[in-house]
Design a protein around this ligand. Structure first.
Ligand code: PAN
Ligand code: ZN
Length: 186
C-alpha cells in the first residue's frame, strides 16, 4: 500500500520514522584533519554532529529508502561539521540528495580521484551518480537539512573515506568557507 510521512520544514523532522541514528564527535573523530581539536572537544563532551531519520519503505526486496539528515552547525578546529561520507557498496547505485534548509557543500569523489563540489542552498537537488563517494558539509550558522532517496540494497562503504578522506576539506579562513587540499593526503 502507498505510504506517506509528514515532513516539518521548521524542524527538519518527518514522522513517523522507523529509525534515528546519532553521529557524535567520537564516531567522526578520524574524519577531521585537526586531531588536537578533536581531542579537546572530546575532553569536554561528545557532542552530536548530525542525526539521520530513516524510513526504509520495505514493500519488496527491491525498494527505496528515505533518509533525512540534520547536520548541526559548528566546526572542529577550522573544519566545518560534515557527514562521514561513503561509497555505495553496490556499483550500480545512485542517490538523490535534496537540500531543504541551511547552506554548505556536497563533496563528490570517484575512486580514481575525480573530485567535484556542489554548492548547496535550500532547493538544490543533486543526483549522485553510481561510484561517486558523497559527503555533505554545513558551512552555515543554521542546521543543514537534506533529504536522501536511495535503493535499500545500495549499502555503505566508509572504509576509503576513513583511510584517506576526500581530496579537499571545507574550512573557515578569514571568516568565510574555503575549499583547501586535504592535509591528511599531503
Ligand atoms: C544518506 C547518508 C546520511 C548520513 O542517507 O547515509 O546522510 O551520512 P553518512 O552515511 O555518510 O554518515 C545516504 O547517503 N545514504 O546512502
Ligand atoms: Zn549514500
Amino acid at each position: 500500500l502507498p505510504i506517506s510521512v509528514q515532513f516539518d520544514f521548521a524542524t527538519g523532522i518527518f514522522t513517523p520514522f522507523i529509525d534515528v541514528t546519532e553521529r557524535r564527535m567520537s564516531d567522526l573523530a578520524p574524519m577531521f584533519y585537526d586531531q588536537d581539536a578533536v581531542q579537546s572537544i572530546l575532553a569536554s563532551g561528545n557532542r552530536t554532529i548530525y542525526e539521520i531519520r530513516y524510513h526504509p519503505f520495505i514493500t519488496s526486496s527491491s525498494d527505496m529508502g528515505l533518509g533525512v539528515t540534520r547536520i548541526f552547525p559548528g566546526k572542529v578546529g577550522d573544519e566545518y561539521h560534515m557527514t562521514k561520507g561513503h561509497f555505495h557498496e553496490r556499483l550500480d547505485q545512485p542517490e538523490i540528495y535534496f537540500c531543504v534548509r541551511g547552506e554548505g557543500y556536497l563533496l563528490l569523489e570517484t575512486r580514481d580521484g575525480d573530485f567535484r563540489t556542489e554548492p548547496w542552498q535550500p532547493g538544490t537537488i543533486t543526483h549522485i551518480p553510481p561510484q561517486w563517494a558523497h559527503r555533505v558539509v554545513n558551512t552555515g550558522a543554521d542546521t543543514l537539512v537534506f533529504v536522501a532517496s536511495y535503493h535499500i540494497s545500495a549499502g555503505h562503504d566508509y572504509e576509503p573515506i576513513l583511510a584517506r578522506g576526500f581530496s579537499q576539506v571545507v574550512v573557515e579562513r578569514g571568516g568565510v568557507p574555503q575549499l583547501v587540499p586535504n592535509p591528511r593526503r599531503t
